[in-house]
Ligand binder design. Sequence first.
Ligand code: UDP
Ligand code: MG
Length: 335
Amino acid sequence: MCASSSCSAPSGHPDLSIVVPCYNEEESLPILAGALADVCREMRSRWPGLEAELVLVDDGSSDGTATEMRALAARGDLPYRVRYLLLSRNFGKEGALLAGLEAARGQAVCTMDADMQDPPSLLPRMYEDLMTGEWDSVATRRATREGEPPVRSWFARLFYRLINRLSDADVVDGARDFRLMSRPFVDAVLSLSERNRFTKGIYGWVGFRTKWVPYGNVERAAGETKWGFWGLARYAISGIVAFSTAPLAIASVLGLIFCLLALAAAAVVVARAALFGDPVAGWPSLMAVVLLVGGAQLLCLGVIGQYLARTYVEAKRRPVYLVREEGEGPGPAGE
Ligand code: UDP
Ligand code: MG
């Protein structure tokens, strides 16, 4: 079985591109390359003539990741072509992913992490699903959050509940960035030109037909995670700001509630003074109210500031990433 257009695809357009963003992954890369080689061989036995390329994006690593990529590209024994992009600095995973997606030439494009937390062995099954033509993308999600600190899980769940309430993008809890996409799906994702890229939201927003494949959590093969608590918190906030303007509406409603409360309180004070000649005394209560209202005002200003800052960044239209060097190895071995 083979995709109708893909068997005859010119070598410039392989059947499958595998995009991997890498940040300090010198230890994981060789493991990943080996695992992908096995998977590719398996796939080529099922889909003869299948051409695959591996698009590695070095997100400004400070270790030997770039050297490792050049070495992989120079190897002639891999069943896929290796291409690599070295970004000029660390742009974050979203930037690296975009760089890889834009560079990918495949009819089907798969994105996955370098650390083997996205099992490459799922790929043949996902490819088979995509090839049925019933789906435009086959995405994976973690079935459980086992092995994760409970506090992190709790915040993660809160985030997914919030963003799905607040936005029209369907963001699936536990969705991984391990996803196989058809060319039309990739083109749709790339047509969203925003700089503040929250890919999980973008995938949901573009729609199309997505099949979800759950799998158990897998620990990193080597190296360590780049996500600290505050990094994740910032990511969550930018996700919500990118896909919902509800916080702005909430700020207005909050303002309205405070106005009504203040009017009611003023009426009570005036009535008491007029009827009983009893002016309310005490600055502690006054201070409490002033601080509360002041706090609410600052909070709302902050919310507006978040949107304004994003608008500013979008208005500058700076590139999401810059490439310092790119390279490409020889075609896949065994042809
Ligand atoms: N990554 C990246 N740029 C960054 C941070 C991470 O390209 O600034 C890559 C990283 O190399 C890995 C993937 O994104 O391939 C996922 O990162 P990580 O494993 O640290 O995240 P986690 O799996 O813990 O969510
Ligand atoms: Mg990981």
